[in-house]
Design a protein around this ligand. Structure first.
Ligand SMILES: *[C@@H]1O[C@H](CO)[C@@H](O)[C@H](O)[C@H]1NC(C)=O
Ligand SMILES: *[C@@H]1O[C@H](CO)[C@@H](O)[C@H](O)[C@H]1NC(C)=O
Ligand SMILES: *[C@@H]1O[C@H](CO)[C@@H](O)[C@H](O)[C@H]1NC(C)=O
Ligand SMILES: *[C@@H]1O[C@H](CO)[C@@H](O)[C@H](O)[C@H]1NC(C)=O
Length: 472
């Protein structure tokens, strides 16, 4: 009886050990070739886009040289990732990083970092991972009065996310204010100095270590999200022109306005408007040579829009008819022309290359979805797109307009979670025969000629009919 009991116990413990092995093995894609000797992490909450910078010193504990490192981001957070960049600490050399397997057990998305060379056994590599996230901050309370104070809650991991054993680490959080309502006080050493809170240092953390970090603080600024931006870039070789039109769907994502908007209170509190979270004035930088600038919202050109000249840009400033409070939307579009030569060049390989920023940042706003549509001239062929960051979707199609015989070549690029870092230039290159330039006038001429001929035939017929009837 007793031995039976013992046997059961042994079997049970074997089962437990076996299970532990299996779960550890559930991540066969993260071989434990690295051991982080130090990790210093800074979370910057000074704007609505949460930026993390993680300096990692890691040692190859494998028996062979290794060139790849796995960086984990929890699924919930990975959805909100807008930007990731990895650089060698000393040289600023950029290391390639790729989104790879997602581990459903640990609900983690892995990003694979490729060092520029394999690191020898026992050698160390020092690098910095920079990430930016949107929608990581929640207003609390959810609703505030017209002139109320807005507070946000940040939630994250006290430790830096790591797929490897970490000997020593520390987390600094930089806040936009000294007005901190509450913050996690344990484990280990927690210290605050002004608007900076420091957690750690912590020693010897297992891979995947987690303890919740939460900070509740004041953020007295508008939280602007462009739910959708559509940019149309239309190239005309004939006119030497690039026509740009941008459609914005903007939302104030801050704490919602409690109750009804009061115009009276709004007027009476003008002297503190700059201290509230409402958004009222907007500005967008346009290229220096932008001309024929126009601006429309649902009702037309709002009376208060103007164009300001700066040294190397034109600035379009506008003030919607009503101020924007939490939960409110504003929709508009604007457009302009620029000389094609400012953005397009002819390469001796026989290709034209359009080189232009992916977005023009709207001050302090993040973008949920950006769609860039590039309308190439009719007859453009062999089209290639190059972007300095991954995009979600690239579609090639046809854009039909009046007078185009075949329709123009259309490239559509879609990207979600866009921040200022994506204002980098991207390239669209294509082949284009200058004879194609003749196609449009030719089509137009043919069109008019046909019209003319038809008209002639028609009048002739009428004439004959008339003659006939005259005869009759
Ligand atoms: C993955 O999940 C298992 C089971 O919950 C856990 O034991 C393990 O430590 C986790 N590993 C990582 C790297 O998060
Ligand atoms: C803006 O929102 C409207 C209504 O939901 C939608 O039809 C339109 O496509 C959106 N525009 C952009 C640029 O996202
Ligand atoms: C909008 O209209 C106002 C007044 O009619 C004009 O001064 C302004 O230049 C216009 N702005 C744009 C961008 O079209
Ligand atoms: C703002 O737009 C969103 C869709 O983007 C919609 O769900 C919401 O109801 C709109 N808010 C108002 C106040 O119209």
């Amino acid at each position: 009886m007793r031995s039976c009991y013992n046997l059961a116990l042994i079997t049970l413990s074997i089962c437990i050990i076996y299970n532990a092995l299996v779960t550890a093995d559930a991540l066969p894609h993260v071989p434990q070739y690295w051991r982080n000797t130090n990790m210093v992490r800074t979370i910057d909450l000074s704007s609505y886009v949460v930026r993390e910078s993680i300096a990692i010193a890691s040692q190859n504990v494998h028996t062979e040289p290794v060139g790849e490192y796995y960086f984990p981001i929890p699924d919930g957070l990975s959805e909100h990732l807008a930007y990731i960049e990895v650089k060698e600490k000393k040289t600023d050399k950029v290391f390639e990083v790729e989104k790879v397997v997602s581990d459903s057990v640990n609900q983690t998305q892995y990003y694979k970092i490729y060092f520029d060379h394999r690191i020898d056994p026992q050698e160390k590599v020092l690098f910095i991972v920079k990430t930016a996230y949107i929608h990581e901050l929640t207003p609390y309370p959810f609703e505030i009065a017209q002139t109320g104070r807005q507070n946000l809650i940040y939630r994250g991991n006290i430790y830096g996310n790591s797929a490897y054993y970490t000997e020593k680490q520390k987390t600094n959080v930089k806040l936009p204010t000294f007005n901190i309502i509450g913050y996690t006080q344990k484990p280990g050493s927690v210290s605050r100095s002004g608007n900076i809170i420091t957690y750690g240092s912590f020693s010897n953390q297992e891979p995947g270590a987690f303890d919740e970090l939460s900070i509740h603080y004041e953020f007295q600024q508008a939280i602007l999200t462009v739910k959708g931006l559509r940019r149309d870039l239309e190239i005309s070789h004939w006119g030497g022109n690039l026509a740009v039109e941008e459609h914005f769907n903007l939302t104030h994502d801050g704490a919602k306005l409690k109750g009804q908007f009061s115009r009276l209170e709004y007027q009476q509190t003008q002297y503190i408007h700059h201290e509230t979270t409402m958004a009222r004035d907007f500005s967008i930088n346009l290229p220096a040579h932008a001309s024929d600038v126009y601006y429309r919202d649902e009702i037309g050109n709002v009376s208060t829009s103007r164009l300001r000249n700066e040294r190397d840009a034109k600035v379009l400033e506008f003030r919607p008819r009503y101020p924007l409070f939490g939960g409110w939307n504003y929709t508009w579009y604007h457009g302009y022309n620029v000389p094609l030569g400012d953005f397009l060049r002819y390469h001796k390989s026989g290709r034209y290359i359009l080189n232009i920023p992916f977005v023009n940042p709207l001050h302090n706003a993040a973008f949920d979805h950006v769609q860039v549509r590039i309308i190439l001239p009719e007859g453009a062929s062999n089209v290639k797109v190059e972007t300095p960051f991954p995009i979600n979707k690239e579609t090639h199609g046809v854009h039909k307009t009046y007078f185009d015989s075949k329709g123009r070549y259309l490239v559509v690029l879609d990207k979600f979670n866009v921040v200022d870092d994506h204002s980098k230039h991207f390239q669209v290159s294509y082949e284009y025969n200058s004879l194609e330039l003749l196609r449009k006038p030719l089509v137009a001429t043919t069109f008019f000629l046909c019209g003319f001929l038809l008209n002639m035939i028609f009048s002739r017929m009428e004439f004959t009919i008339g003659k006939k009837s005259n005869k009759d």
